[in-house]
Design a protein around this ligand. Structure first.
Ligand code: FE2
Length: 300
């Protein structure tokens, strides 16, 4: 049996999330001997979408594949980028003709891995059926590989669990995203599908799902739209580590990850236990720094 290790880094939120990713993913790759890193980046730009520059830069953090969700359209400049960059996915069940790609088959050291991005419809946009869309894509990609990872971006836990029941044994993993709150229900089904209802958020936890608390609270109290900015305090990286038999595509294990990150004190050896020179470890998140000044967006 050949073990293929996937690190999924969940919803990268704002500058704090990008900084955590920039500093922590490479040491995590090293520590866990990770073959492939998938990250949901739909909140990278101040919580609302991602810019082409941020998407390009994410590869330098050690991310191989990027998924998204309902916020993928928030930065209009991402639309032409999506058409030519199939390693940044938008949900596959947007209607026919929508720009971008909903799945991608990659190859790592001779092993093919398919990543599929789906979006739920409960309390979300009424787009095409994620279940029937999954059928079509899995019938297609399974001709090339048994190693299939699904990011199920959805609000309702029930819809995510329904997707597990629907695809159980047909895919290697179904990882829920969108709510930003990590759930404690990770498990591998008897049919070999790893599952978690939500992998959490990589970003500021002194917040309301990544945003400054006061505007969010006022929106609930008053019912009025408020200008949101990403929070900055108590930054953590969250996600799951999944081991899969690369031949059968069956999951072996799934483990939750949630790690504190303080940019002023973080050292890669906190993760790897191996001290390196500053030159090797310096990976400041500077190029996209200014873009959070544009991140104040009035929520719909
Ligand atoms: Fe979302």
């Amino acid at each position: 049996m050949s073990v293929f290790t996937i690190l999924f880094v969940s919803d990268l939120c704002g500058k704090a999330g990008r900084q955590a990713a920039a500093h922590m993913i490479k040491p995590l790759r090293e520590k866990y001997n990770v073959d492939y890193v998938i990250c949901n980046v739909e909140n990278a730009a101040g919580g609302f979408g991602i810019t082409p520059e941020m998407s390009r830069k994410a590869y330098s953090y050690g991310i191989d594949m990027q998924t998204s969700g309902n916020h993928i359209w928030d930065r209009y400049e991402i639309v032409p980028y999506l058409k030519t960059n199939p390693k940044l996915l938008r949900p596959a069940n947007f209607p026919h003709g929508v720009p971008g790609f909903g799945y991608f088959i990659d190859e790592v050291n001779g092993v093919k891995i398919a990543t599929v991005n789906l979006m739920g419809r409960t309390y979300m946009k009424d787009i095409d059926c994620p279940f029937f869309t999954a059928d079509k894509i899995i019938a297609h990609v399974s001709q090339e590989t048994n190693l299939i990872f699904v990011d199920m971006h959805a609000e309702a836990t029930s819809e995510k669990q329904a997707m597990l029941y629907y695809l159980d044994g047909d895919v290697s993993a179904i990882v829920g995203t969108h709510t930003h709150i990590q759930t404690a229900d990770e498990h591998v089904s008897p049919n070999g599908t790893a599952y978690i209802s939500d992998a959490g958020m990589t970003g500021p936890y002194d917040s309301i799902i990544g945003m400054e608390k006061e505007p969010s609270l006022q929106r609930f109290i008053t019912g009025m739209p408020k200008r949101f900015t990403t929070a900055t305090g108590d930054v953590r990286l969250a996600g799951v580590l999944i081991k899969v038999d690369s031949e059968s595509g069956k999951a072996i294990s799934i483990e939750r990850i949630i790690l504190n990150f303080d940019i002023d004190t973080f050292k890669p050896e906190d993760i790897t236990g191996i001290k390196k020179s500053d030159d090797e470890t310096n990976n400041d998140e500077t190029e996209c720094e200014d873009q959070d000044s544009e991140d104040e967006i009035v929520e719909e």
